[in-house]
Design a protein around this ligand. Sequence first.
Ligand code: NAD
Length: 261
Amino acid sequence: MVDLTNGSALVTGGAGGFGSATARRLAQRGAKVVIADVHEERGQALAKELGNGSVFVHTDILDENSIANAVATAVGLAPLRAAVVVHGGPPAPGSSGPQRTVNREGKRLPLSQFAHTVNIYLNSAFAVTSQAAEAMAANEPQASNQRGVVINTASIAGYEGQPGQAAYSAAKGGIIGMTLTIARDLAPLGIRAVAIAPGTFLTLAYSSRMTDEQAQAHWGPMVPNPKRMGDPDEYALLAAQIVENDFLNGTTIRLDGAQRF
Ligand SMILES: NC(=O)c1ccc[n+]([C@@H]2O[C@H](COP(=O)([O-])OP(=O)(O)OC[C@H]3O[C@@H](n4cnc5c(N)ncnc54)[C@H](O)[C@@H]3O)[C@@H](O)[C@H]2O)c1
């Protein structure tokens, strides 16, 4: 188990739906959490709520130096023991709605828009993973030679993408594909790598567009059992379990109420 007592944790997208639930769970387990996000107001409010020395660090996931600043802040608080990569990002410039390979007007998806989405969800995830692991490598090992754990966020769209999700599916499929390799790379350092592939969860990504009731009425029935959208705390509980369970490594865990498209 990675013991978070006297340690720090980094959560990218920490002010978001999954991120804030995860920050709460990791703080309960003793971590000082770096809430790395662009949303100042939600991030500061959460740091205050946690009240255990956790801090908000304004972090733009598209900027490697900004990620480095968040990692350095975590290391400055306490040895970095867990990094949870669960940020969103801005839509591609000039894009609105689904990113179909060829849209209804017969126009192909500009490569720049494809690349933007992959940058947000895959390249930045590798940037956080590699920077966090580099910092963890300098930690004193805990029991059974464990130094830390990195959790990335895939999606069921990495397995079964919907029309308009080619770029998003490619990025999330990339997370699924790289997880075992990263776990193997980091094994000699006593650092684990695991990914979570969520189904449909009621996070800000939905609740900022419609009421919770509307979102549940639309998306809930698509989940076989339980017949509702996921609660972000269900993601956070799994993230906490991954931190605690040393034998979870190199795999992507679906968390989707048996949803398949
Ligand atoms: N909600 C779902 O159903 C679902 C399903 C599968 C996967 N996911 C994945 O979960 C992750 C988080 O999504 P969420 O549902 O919690 O969304 P969310 O909107 O609740 O949270 C995303 C957070 O990312 C932050 N963010 C945006 N741009 C950023 C940037 N440039 N740098 C740093 N932070 C930035 C936002 O401010 C926000 O706090 C994403 O990778 C998403 O693909 C979500």
